[in-house]
Design a protein around this ligand. Structure first.
Ligand SMILES: Cc1ncc(COP(=O)(O)O)c(C=O)c1O
Length: 390
């Protein structure tokens, strides 16, 4: 460890990290610098094209992304939240969902998953997670199904592929739609299929910090269902399938040409970047050893699942002390997320108070360590060493 200490100008425990060597949780500048000069060139081309919406970049991205995910259709949108909302609205238009229907959602997820359900007049039914995978426990599913349950949103949280045939079969047997929230797991696989092609429809987010990040807001829907795809395209375009004709109460949510062009530069490198994330996650998993740190579950030996490690999250009941300790040694950690959706003030106003102890424990104890494709090998070693010394 002496070497890494010297790299960072540290003398054992009692010198603070010089600001320029501070390891930030995420370094978007460094991540995107790797795509230069292509990124700047492609943005320049869009600027000079005079076409900023509904152009060849968006069209090209939709085709390339559908091919990558393995679905027949892809619709580019303004962000991932809209993608979830438009899918749900699409099913309402098709008569498969209606006001007051229940939608199964993980109790611990980013609030946007809940928001989309509530915004469409549907009722989120939270499922308690497992402390090692952070995904809903399979056994919570059957008791949560009621005659009003019409859909489930499966969130591949932190980049961990949440698909299970057992769950899908149970949903199919009860005529429940499976919608994937693939915001955090683009590129992950179950056997040969990618997340985003495992259920009936999927929402993707290209928020700048995601594994495939745009330079602003962007999202997409993927599906094999032709009717749903054409309704969603119309819904995202004010409800207008044909110019100036409005068939649905839609919204306006478009992927713009600059975002599509940026994503087209980055998509061919996504698998390589996810492989880097995977290597880093494997080092964390095998090298971090501390009695106060609970590690996430390693990938299954069968290799049926391929995760994308959007976030590497540990649990510690001494989280606050750990954050301060890491900060003192020049390492920034982050919390995803500090308050569970069911304890958000807005949620408590509309839904009965609920106790979800496992989700609450995760939100109290979870801590995300730096992990991104521009993180250097020696930085990773340094983080591991400091954690083990805590
Ligand atoms: C799990 C999850 N769902 C939905 C979203 C919403 O995506 P967006 O921010 O693009 O609206 C995000 C991320 O931001 C997310 O992490």
């Amino acid at each position: 460890m002496q070497d890494a200490c010297l790299i960072y100008g540290l003398n054992a425990y009692n010198h603070l990290m010089p600001a320029k060597n501070y390891i930030h949780f995420l370094d978007l500048k460094a991540i995107n610098r790797r795509f230069e000069p292509l990124l700047s060139q492609t943005i320049q081309e869009v600027v000079q094209s005079g076409r900023y919406l509904n152009g060849e970049q968006t069209d090209g991205f939709e085709k390339e992304f559908a091919a990558y995910i393995g679905t027949k259709y892809c619709i580019g949108l303004g962000n991932g939240t809209n993608a979830l909302e438009v899918i749900l609205q699409g099913y309402i238009e098709m008569g498969l969902l209606k006001n007051g229907d229940e939608v199964l959602v993980p109790a611990n997820t980013f609030f946007a998953t809940f928001l989309a359900v509530i915004n469409r007049g549907l009722v989120p039914v939270p499922l308690e997670p497992c402390l090692s995978t952070f995904l809903p426990k399979t056994r919570t599913l059957a008791p949560a199904i009621s005659p009003k349950t019409k859909a489930m949103i499966m969130v591949h949280l932190y980049g961990r592929n949440a698909y299970q045939e057992q769950i899908h079969n149970l949903l199919k047997a009860n005529d429940i739609l499976l919608i994937e929230d693939n915001a955090q797991a683009v590129g992950s696989r179950y056997l040969e299929k990618r997340s985003g092609s495992l259920g009936d429809a999927a929402a993707h987010s290209f928020y700048p910090s995601k594994n495939l990040g745009a330079m602003g807001g962007a999202g997409a829907i993927t599906t094999d269902n032709e009717e749903l795809a054409s309704i969603c395209r119309s819904l995202a375009n004010y409800g207008s399938p044909t110019r100036y004709w409005y068939h649905h109460i839609g919204t306006n949510s478009k992927m713009d040409e600059i975002q599509a062009a940026v994503l087209r530069v980055k998509l061919p490198f996504l698998d390589e970047d996810n492989a880097k994330r995977n290597d880093m996650a494997m080092r964390y998993l095998s090298e971090i050893r501390h009695p106060e740190i609970r590690m996430p579950m390693p990938p299954e030996a069968s290799q049926a699942f391929h995760h994308t490690w959007h976030l590497f999250t540990i649990l510690s009941s001494k989280r606050q002390a750990l954050i301060q300790y890491l900060d003192k040694f020049g390492i920034e950690a982050a919390i995803h997320y500090p308050v569970p959706p069911h304890q958000q003030p807005v949620y408590q106003k509309s839904f009965p108070k609920k106790s979800l102890p496992l989700s609450e424990r995760i939100h109290h104890e979870t801590l995300s360590l730096p992990l991104h494709p521009a993180l250097k090998e020696e930085e990773l070693s340094y983080i591991i060493e400091q954690l083990n010394r805590w």
